[in-house]
Design a protein around this ligand. Sequence first.
Ligand SMILES: [Zn+2]
Length: 310
Amino acid sequence: MTNMLQDIAPYKLDNHYDPEKRPDENSFIIAFRGSLREREILIKTGSEEGSFLIPRLSDFAHADDNKSISCEIGTDNLVYAFSIDEERFFLSIDQELTSDCFADEGGKGTLVYRKFLELRKENLKPRHYVFAIYTAFHLYEWYDTSRFCGKCGSSNKHDDNERALVCPKCGNRIYPRINPAVIIGVTDKETNKLILTKYRTGFGQNALVAGFTEIGETLEETVKREVMEEVGLEVTNIRYYKSQPWGMASDILSGFYCDVAGDKEIRMDESELKYAEWVSPEDIVLQVPDYSLTNEMMRVYKEKGYAGTV
Ligand SMILES: [Zn+2]
């Protein structure tokens, strides 16, 4: 039943870093622009509704095709990201691709920027490309915020052997940042209910208790602390479910179910949540789109109740 973002079988992600890989005309080019909260991604129009296309290098006009074109889609600014099966994805970094770069002849469709966060609200297909752009987004956010050495301020360089940026002056080395966070299904065996939440801001649909792991904490301790902070309950019988890479927020999410212990009355953190209630399986309203770990954990409960969580 699993249908999460990263579940792209029979396709397979190969994230082995290979700086020798250079783009060819068929390579996918993933390009973002805009400030941190307003990232836009370049996509190709002309596909059917609910689906989208990632541009290939052949969709761009190259500076060397025609000297009058001001676009300089420099292959030096295309960093190999990963492959899915035989298809290679490159990330455009340190350059903004403008309409000067878009080849518009030969019925290739039009390239347009779309708000990346809005893509999240749609059940886009094909799913393995959605996973590709989430993963590319994670890499992009890291490259985009890691241009300079945090220690001495010099410009970082790409390492030759691994996915790392290295300061040529002081030798400081940094790796892609992945933030650990937990998703928590708080269950009540007696009443067969699950706690659903809604955040005060941002994503407007049903969710579960969730939060980031703090330094010095185990994931189980994060579970206990977050449940206490968000809904004021003690929990026990913490059981791991599954994990999910969530490039949208540079996260690795770990899903846990746990049982409420003692007092069951919710004391909601109103600064973070606008809704937190015990809900019966049949009353659970799932998210659109359907590819998050949170949604899968809610779906398990909706279909199987408490018995699905043990
Ligand atoms: Zn440095």
